[in-house]
Design a protein around this ligand. Structure first.
Ligand SMILES: *Cc1c(COP(=O)(O)O)cnc(C)c1O
Length: 374
């Protein structure tokens, strides 16, 4: 019994499909940049209604390649303070300076106000992150503000496979989107990433960057400072097989989220991050803010020890401007980011979660929150 923090779902059919694909590629010897990579790219682009997708070795690589193509060297890149380290790490590795912006407490994303406060004459790009797989309803306003300032909007869509706003998919609102297939993400390839874009120029640049900056596959003329950012065929086969399940996974995750929404509505002081009108999240994470004063460590310990319910990792427990390695880029306090990072918890959501598990989580979280907030 008990509920684990995460569960990676490959059923028997999926495992057999991957095994067949691997047997085939070991026979042919096509182990990188082959037919599975192309299949995965085409299916991923189609799934998101995008024109082009380029498969790479990680989500961080996808982000760095986009920023290298924009060319942020020696310039500022606005990133939200509430995100994973890699959002800012990619900026630094691409030669830019991250500028941390505060977030909207309702969506945990940039808002036009927090973005406006962070823009400088030196801004080369803005990175929007869809925390927990939720696309902010202000995404068009953010894009308009970027357009006004003549800077590209880039999406870190590592959480947001298949999420949408007004029927448009995450990863399609700006110049390009970066996705991750790390094992905990909604679909995985083991390790891997994807660049999604409408721009054929950016697609071509991404293909050059991922393969050591070579001008073409068969020559040794290096025209960009690329890297070894290819996705292997083995990873591509895992990713392509898992992607077939995306719609079904999202349906299952959304059903769990609706149940959590109604159960948590009755808890004094607990503030779940709710889906705004027009947005359709994939519920990579179900985020809720604990009532002020509730000790998060004590809360997590109690639901684990008394009910066997393990909460998944936060998104995130420390904002970027307080990360030790990013201290050189710190400017001032960002009060909303600090508050939402300190108070949030993420309830477990699995792509094959049972009703019994969902009810166990609700029982544990309700009882412990009532006790600690009371
Ligand atoms: C997972 C993640 C990444 C990095 O993806 P990798 O594939 O691990 O490199 C980047 N940004 C966010 C917000 C993530 O959650």
């Amino acid at each position: 019994m008990g509920v684990p923090a995460a569960r990676i779902v490959f059923d028997e059919n999926d495992r057999a499909a991957v095994a067949d694909a691997v047997a085939e590629m070991l026979t042919t010897g096509a182990l990188t940049l082959g037919p599975w990579t192309e299949r995965f790219e085409q299916a991923f682009a189609a799934e998101h209604g995008a024109s082009h997708a380029v498969a790479v070795s990680s989500g961080t690589a996808a982000l760095e390649m986009i920023l290298r193509t924009v060319d942020v060297r020696g310039r500022d890149v606005v990133v939200p303070a509430v995100t994973f380290y890699a959002t800012a790490g990619a900026v630094v590795h691409a030669g830019g300076r991250p500028v941390f912006a505060d977030v909207d407490p309702a969506t945990l994303a940039l808002s036009p106000e927090t973005l406006a406060a962070a823009l400088t004459p030196e801004t080369a790009a803005v990175v929007l992150v869809h925390i927990g797989g939720l696309v902010t309803p202000e995404v068009d306003a953010l894009r308009a503000l970027c357009d006004q300032h003549g800077v590209p909007l880039v999406e870190d869509a590592a959480h947001a496979h298949g999420s949408s706003h007004d029927g448009r998919a995450a990863g399609t609102f700006g110049l390009a989107g970066a996705f991750s297939f790390y094992p905990t993400k909604v679909t995985t390839s083991g390790e891997g990433g994807m660049v999604l874009t409408e721009s054929p120029e950016l697609r071509d640049e991404a293909r050059i960057y991922r393969d050591q900056g070579k001008g073409s596959f068969s020559t040794n003329h290096h025209v960009r400072l690329g890297y070894s950012w290819r996705m292997s065929e083995l990873h591509a086969a895992v990713g392509a097989v898992h992607l077939r399940r995306l719609k079904e996974f999202i349906e299952a995750r959304r059903a769990v989220a609706r149940r959590y929404d109604s159960a948590l509505a009755g808890l004094d002081g607990m503030e779940p991050v709710l889906e705004p009108p027009g947005s359709r999240g994939n519920y990579y994470k179900y985020v809720a803010l604990l009532a002020p004063g509730v000790d998060r460590a004590a809360f997590k310990r109690a639901v684990a020890e008394e009910y066997g319910v393990r909460l998944s990792g936060e998104v995130y427990d420390l904002p970027l401007h307080l990360q030790p390695v990013l201290a050189p880029y710190r400017r001032g306090p960002l009060p909303v980011a600090e508050d939402v990072c300190a108070r949030q918890v993420c309830l477990p959501v699995h792509s094959d979660m049972t009703e019994d598990e969902t009810e166990q989580v609700i029982e544990a979280v309700s009882a412990v929150h009532r006790r600690l907030a009371g």
